[in-house]
Design a protein around this ligand. Structure first.
Ligand code: BTN
Length: 275
């Protein structure tokens, strides 16, 4: 639960401050836009992708009125307190080459935030960022066919930075924010710069370093490893012990019938079962 008092007039995000914080490594093609309010940064980029090239376009919103989470959930997105960011990225090859991309993004964001703020972020398969056993953020990737060639990925990241308590009531699972794990609420510009740097690191190296290059990073931060889990997949429930992820990002589960690889779905940890 957040323990830091929230400021009543939070500083707004600023392009110059974010690019400054990214520092000398700002890639030349990167464009950064900040909007006071959008329905959803992912949805906005998706719409824009039909009329313009969104490759290297990063869009931030101070507030989302219809923020989207995975599996049709909503993402609580109050103004001026958290981070809602999406980046468009064109891939000139088949979607199968993107296996594990969202997991790698989680790894890179966790590593970057750990190096900047000293927080030890864990990763819950497939796309959740955890601090102290509570969800702090998530990754949502939408894919649209590119008007030219291949696919455009819209990589959305939501990160609770300093969630106002009064806005948290709609969150349907244990949650936390970065501010609760630091002496003071961090600058959202600095957090945005970290997330951008992490995204650029994963995406610009993806062809040479696909998920297999991030697998060890994931294993070090794997929240589910060793725990009894259930996974819902295509109407079936798989139950067993999570043992890690393979080189494509699929979750390995040891069941009574042998090891099963799960490529997509939602995993829940069974409470009260020792690892
Ligand atoms: C999840 O854990 O369910 C994924 C959450 C992703 C939320 C982000 S916020 C920025 C981008 N825009 C959205 O509408 N969703 C993603």
């Amino acid at each position: 639960m957040p323990s830091i008092p929230q400021s009543t007039s939070p500083r707004t995000l600023q392009v110059a401050r974010i690019l400054d914080a990214v520092g000398g490594d700002v890639p030349k093609g990167l464009r950064l836009e900040i909007e006071p309010q959008l329905d959803s940064t992912n949805e906005t980029l998706k719409r824009r992708s039909s009329t313009e090239d969104i490759h290297w376009l990063a869009l931030l919103a101070e507030q989302q009125t219809a923020g989207r989470g995975r599996l049709g959930r909503s993402w609580i997105s109050p103004p001026g307190s958290n981070l809602y960011l999406s980046l468009g990225w064109r891939f000139n090859y088949d979607v199968s080459g993107l296996a594990g991309l969202s997991l790698a993004v989680g790894c890179a964001v966790a590593e970057q935030l750990e190096s900047s703020f000293g927080v030890h972020m864990m990763l819950k398969w497939p796309n959740d960022l955890y601090l102290d056993s509570r969800k702090c953020g998530g990754v949502l990737i939408d894919l649209v066919p590119s008007p030219t060639d291949g696919w455009v990925a819209i990589i959305g990241i939501g990160l609770n930075v300093a969630m106002p308590m009064e806005d948290s009531h709609g969150i349907d699972q244990p949650w936390t924010d970065l501010a609760s794990h630091l002496p003071a609420a961090p600058s959202r510009d600095a957090v945005a710069a970290d997330v951008l740097a992490a995204l650029v690191r994963v995406l610009s190296g993806w062809q040479a370093h696909p998920f297999s290059a991030w697998q060890a990073c994931w294993q070090r931060r794997d929240f589910l490893k060793g725990h009894e889990v259930t996974v819902q997949q295509a109407g079936n429930t798989i139950r067993g012990r999570a043992t890690g992820v393979d080189g494509t990002g699929a979750l390995s589960i040891e069941t009574d019938l042998g090891t099963v690889s799960v490529h997509a779905g939602e995993a829940s940890m069974l409470r009260g079962v020792a690892p």
